[in-house]
Write a protein of this length. Structure first.
Lengths: 512, 52
């Protein structure tokens, strides 16, 4: 059958430890890749859910348009080489000039539409979320802890420029002046003076003034903040910002058991600041971003390998001192935003049209991001495995085992002894059951019972939560919908991975 | 000679004499489960005697 649902969810958390075994058939990955159409407004497009929880959140749709911000006068002149009807050897105003033209800028804007995006989930992201443009997509494990918060403060990203000041009149000519020769190859007329490189020496000076508008509120306020492992950087305009960055190492091998231990500590506020540089040609890619003043943490062991830094999350701030640091999506963008002093007020320059241009950039601030982190909401909305009923159309065949979920505690997965409470050195699960002699290793290690424990296929099939306070009350257990069947081979990293023979019930059910 | 087991003893007759589909569904038992797509195929009918 097809999914388990715990209607009341589980406690909201700032700290979490989760251990889960999962296995994704090749056919499931093929199906979701085939169906993927890059539709941001369809939750789980390109993502195979393993677990969903918390409220669904809305994203505001935005567009991009040209706007008129003012007008300027444009002057066209030519160097008269010999026409006797007008002054010879002088600049002459072309017919129909000067003209008054609009100053056109561009802006992002909210269309007024909103659409649902995914709630918090653990899943397999089958979109192209790592590698280079044109590489085949690789399925990767993806964690999305979705807040309902928008940043408390954010400004200064160098996105979007509105021109509101232009020279008046601004001089242009076309084509550039060329000599005309009379008899004996003698130029009829002297040419206007040029500099050593042949450019016309400026004949006038003007000032261009650049103004910045607070576009980040549109661009970055479209979606609540999230703590993630893989990037969410694609937008309404078809930009897929992650391409070109190697991304994390959470590659999911099809038809093979995988084990994940995830832990987070989201108690700290998130505060980041962009970088300030002063260079005409800044190094690209830049080695690091600005500064991280306060951050949260994530620990993740995948197939018994502890992951840190960029392998842990796309949103690890590059070159930051803490290898387990995690910041939210827009905090990461602020961290990587640049205020380039050079382009705020560059030296005056010859614009090659005979003008000396003084460029006055708006003195925009360094990007800053601040968010006081609230608990991730997991109560009051269903926990779904692989997804709740709301996302039933996106549930695909997967295998799972041995879910343990603890709120209120953290675990450093870099310490091998900590991992051994969940997975032994041979790569098989450590039983979460108590014995006569000792409590379950994970309970002993973390000092509390799991909020959700699904152990043994019989309990999975019945949705029986044998975690903190097992009860017979229907609301405390998960409700199975459809048919969930046992699966063998059981979870292991190095043991048999494919069934000796497909269970007849499975193939019959698949054919139904 | 009722075949309906007394309360609390469902497990034993269920395991000893499950319906054929459920036997296959419990193929081997163990730790892991398989989820089907969407709502999945309908739950096979369990004889009243074997319902929990």
């Amino acid at each position: 059958m097809s999914y388990l649902q715990l209607d009341k969810g589980f406690p909201d958390f700032t700290k979490l430890v989760l251990s889960l075994w999962f296995r994704v058939p090749q056919a499931t990955i093929d199906a979701v890749m085939l169906a993927y159409k890059n539709r941001p407004d369809v939750p789980f497009d390109g993502i195979i859910p393993l677990m969903t929880f918390g409220p669904s959140v809305k994203r505001k749709r935005y567009g991009y348009r040209s706007i008129v911000t003012g007008s300027y006068e444009l002057q066209h002149e030519f160097w008269n080489n010999g026409s006797p009807s007008v002054p010879v050897c002088a600049w002459v105003v072309e017919e129909d000039y000067p003209q008054t033209l609009p100053i056109v800028g561009n802006e992002y804007f909210f269309t007024g539409e909103e659409y649902d995006i995914e709630p918090s989930y653990i899943g397999i992201d089958c979109r192209q979320t790592r590698g280079e443009q044109g590489d085949p997509p690789v399925p990767i494990l993806s964690v999305n802890l979705q807040t309902t918060q928008r940043p408390a403060a954010f400004n200064g990203v160098e996105m979007g420029v509105i021109w509101t000041g232009m020279p008046s009149p601004r001089l242009e000519w076309w084509p550039p002046p060329t000599p005309v020769y009379g008899p004996g190859s003698i130029p009829i007329c002297t040419m206007p003076p040029t500099d050593a490189e042949g450019y016309v020496i400026p004949v006038r000076t003007y000032t261009m003034t650049q103004h910045y508008r607070s576009l980040p509120l549109v661009l970055l306020g479209d979606v609540p903040e999230a703590f993630r492992t893989s990037t969410d950087m694609f937008d309404n305009l078809g930009n897929y910002g992650n391409v070109g960055r190697s991304g994390n190492e959470l590659v999911v091998v099809p038809d093979h058991w995988h084990h994940v231990i995830l832990s987070v500590d989201l108690t700290n506020p998130v505060r980041t600041q962009g970088e300030e540089i002063d260079a005409e040609f800044p190094p690209y890619p830049r080695p690091h971003g600005g500064s991280v003043n306060s951050y949260c943490k994530m620990w993740l062991a995948y197939d018994d390998v502890n992951l840190t830094e960029g392998k842990l999350s796309y949103y690890w701030p590059t070159q930051f001192s803490d290898p387990n640091a995690l910041i939210t999506t827009n905090a990461w963008r602020a961290y990587n935003a640049v205020r380039n002093k050079y382009y705020v007020n560059p030296p005056a320059f010859n614009d090659l049209h005979g003008n000396t241009s003084n460029f006055v950039g708006a003195d925009y601030p360094v990007a800053t991001f601040e968010m006081v982190t609230e608990a991730i909401k997991a109560s009051g909305n269903p926990l779904g495995i692989p997804a709740s009923g709301q996302y039933i159309d996106h549930i695909l065949p997967v295998e799972m085992a041995e879910l343990q979920l603890f709120t209120g505690v953290t675990l450093d997965t870099g310490i091998e002894a900590n991992r051994r409470a969940f997975i032994d050195k041979n790569g098989i699960p450590v039983s979460p059951s108590a014995t006569d002699e000792a409590p379950p290793p994970a309970v002993k290690l973390l000092g509390k019972k799991p909020d959700v424990l699904l152990h043994d296929s019989d309990n999975w099939i019945a949705g029986r939560n044998t975690g903190a306070e097992p009860t017979d009350k229907p609301g405390d257990n998960l409700t199975p919908t459809g048919w969930i069947i046992t699966y063998q081979p059981g979870p292991s990293l190095h043991g048999a991975q494919t069934p000796a023979a497909e269970p007849a019930a499975l193939s019959r059910a698949a054919a139904d | 000679m009722s075949e309906i087991p007394p309360e609390g003893t469902v497990e034993r007759p269920f395991r000893e004499n499950p319906p054929r589909l459920l036997l296959e569904a419990h193929w081997g038992g163990g730790l892991a489960v398989h989820f089907f797509a969407g709502a999945g195929p309908p739950v096979p009918a369990i004889p009243p005697a074997l319902r929990r």
